[in-house]
Design a binder for this molecule. Structure first.
Ligand SMILES: [Zn+2]
Length: 111
């Protein structure tokens, strides 16, 4: 059955290594440190401590995403692991649910 392979773009292992290396370098950059200090998860917009935020590729390296600034975001651990295991469609549904809640909570706080 070759059909299953249609869902995956095969990225040469060397390229994956290169992108991961670039991501490691960017983690040390001022740009990334500032993003961590902002303390926001890009996906659920929740506020988190620096130690709770991870670097996430919006388009995963395995799907052809690059380690460039506009493809890298801060994500909380929960969002990061959910994104890994959900199908793109399920992930969108998760975001729809999660985005409404923090906004409502924030409105309450400022009240
Ligand atoms: Zn999140």
């Amino acid at each position: 059955m070759d059909n299953a392979n249609c869902f995956f773009i095969s990225i040469p292992e060397q390229d994956i290594k290169k992108e991961k290396e670039k991501a490691r370098e960017l983690r040390k950059s001022r740009w990334w440190q500032q993003k961590l200090s902002a303390g926001r998860c890009y996906y659920c917009q929740g506020r988190f401590a620096r130690s709770e935020l991870t670097m996430d590729h919006v388009v995963p390296i395995a799907r052809g995403g690059k380690s460039v600034k506009n493809n890298l975001v801060t994500a909380c651990k929960e969002c990061n692991s959910k994104k890994k295991y959900l199908l793109p469609m399920e992930w969108r549904e998760y975001l729809n649910g999660v985005l409404i809640k923090p906004l409502a909570e924030e409105l309450k706080e400022t009240d």
